[in-house]
Write a protein of this length. Structure first.
Length: 186
């Protein structure tokens, strides 16, 4: 098994990831019923399109996601966010690592009652830091140009906007860690 396969295995199994306030739990089908309520507000789809799924539809979706990508070149890493200590679920952060495991695309959703408390930033930072430590080439996210909250989350994780668009959204990319610059010594 090569290093990247080992990464994929670890990613799929899901290392424990925790922040100050959140457990980032590997997504399981058992999360679907509670998450159907957390994600039940149509307003969550203002920028990303679509509509909330019923509990049954979400259960089917989570069963598929938890089983892992059928394409071995793609790794699905989906986390459900729970308040630490078996508290309520508040949202998700998803990372999709695509061909050759070269690019990880991130997406975040926080249930409406839980928004505006820094949870998306806290969770996305943890996932970003974790992915940045794996041999994944670059991290990207696609964000609607009017979606200031999501742009703020991306910026807080070290992403910056690129000139690339996809389906009406701007591609954000995580810049490499800043190296020493001449001005540091000016
Ligand atoms: C985007 C989203 C995940 C943010 O979740 P959140 O937990 O409320 O975000 P945070 O509390 O971490 O706040 C992130 C930033 O957005 C800002 N923000 C939060 N709500 C905002 C709003 N309604 N309008 C403008 N800015 C907002 C916060 O002030 C913060 O900015 P700051 O760091 O400069 O202070 C949430 O709005 C959401 O789930 N939206 C629907 C799904 C979606 O569109 N996902 C994004 C797909 S790319």
């Amino acid at each position: 098994m090569g290093m990247l396969d080992a990464v994929a295995d670890r990613t799929v199994r899901g290392e424990p990831l925790t922040t100050g306030r959140l457990d980032l739990l590997p997504l399981r089908v058992e999360h679907a019923a509670e998450m159907a309520r957390v994600l039940g507000d149509p307003a969550l789809h203002a920028f990303i399109g679509g509509a909330p799924l019923t509990a049954d539809a979400l259960r089917e979706r989570y069963a598929r996601l938890a089983a892992g990508s059928p394409d071995p070149a793609v790794v699905w890493c989906n986390r459900v966010l729970g308040l630490r200590g078996n508290g309520p679920l508040v949202g998700t952060v998803q990372a999709t690592i695509t061909p050759g495991r070269d690019t990880a695309e991130l997406a975040w959703v926080i249930g409406t009652p839980w928004q505006g408390r820094g949870f998306a930033t806290e969770a996305a930072r943890a996932v970003t830091t974790w992915l940045a430590g794996l041999p994944v080439g670059r991290l990207i996210a696609h964000i609607h140009p009017g979606h200031h909250a999501s742009a703020a989350v991306a910026a807080a994780c070290g992403f910056g906007p690129t000139p690339h668009w996809e389906d009406g959204e701007v591609r954000w990319e995580r810049r490499p860690a800043p190296g020493p610059s001449l001005t540091d010594h000016a």
